[in-house]
Design a protein around this ligand. Sequence first.
Ligand code: FES
Length: 338
Amino acid sequence: MSYEVTIEPTGDVIEVEEGQTILDAALRQGVWLPFACGHGTCGTCKVQVTDGFADVGEASPFALMDVEREEGKVLACCCMPESDLVIEADIDVDPDFAGYPVQDYSGTVTEILPLSPTIRGLRIRLDRNMEFQAGQYINLHVPGVAGSRAFSLANPPSSSQEIELHVRKVEGGKATTWLHEALKVGDRLELSGPYGQFFVRKSDEQGAIFIAGGSGLSSPQSMILDMLAEGDGRPIYLFQGARNLAELYNRELFEQLAVEHDNFHYVPALNAPLPEDDWQGFSGFVHEAVADYFEERCAGNKAYLCGPPPMIDAAITTLMHSRLFERDIHMERFVTAA
Ligand code: FES
């Protein structure tokens, strides 16, 4: 059994299976609705039901207050229709968003890359191509672990059948420990995707500043490989932050790209280099490397940030001091998958 949900003001109509959430159905049918956490705690996906009946599901009382429930508001990521519905959503779709539908995929692990002491790269050959935009992420199901874990795609869309993920091992994290210690080449994995609103705004001509910390390098890697392969001639900068040289992974790849492409500039930064690193590059946090490089004048560029929340917050402050506006800054706050 399924219900028809009409989304205003766009007039899109989606089919929602019994027991399926509105958000899951919309994303799988290529219809975009705003969302962030995906499990009822942030309130980003709040919509107004104007006709019909629905079960609000597991919405947190903080994300959806009693008074809002009485007004007919629901969270699209938890809400399951109990009749045909009409909902009103605050939809502001970016013109550069391709809106590829979310689908389920299976794949076989073809390669495991020891990128750094704490980060492992996984290459997974999917049974069929996944269409996605560089910068988006997938949700991976880890055997024996409830729920799924989000990982950004590190490969460009041109190699969409063999995907690459960067997995940082989190102490005590069941999923990432399994991916680091038990996963083998040849194992099968299930995942769904693509998700996310982190992608390059290609329709404008502004330069692109990528700022990455830790395994947050994965999305910028995909985006940069995609832009350079397409012959995008705008200035492209990658600032990559790590603690020490061993954690600064894929450095040779980006150094080589900087040699091959005049418009690509690579600045690695170490905030705690070891004596044996004999580090001659920038010492300090990655946002300090950005301020130093641009001498606090970043206007004319768009910035794309991906990394842990403290890195993102520090980078935003630096960029705004350097004359970028909020509309010029896009980010993926990397809440580490445990
Ligand atoms: Fe966070 Fe629905 S996306 S509450």
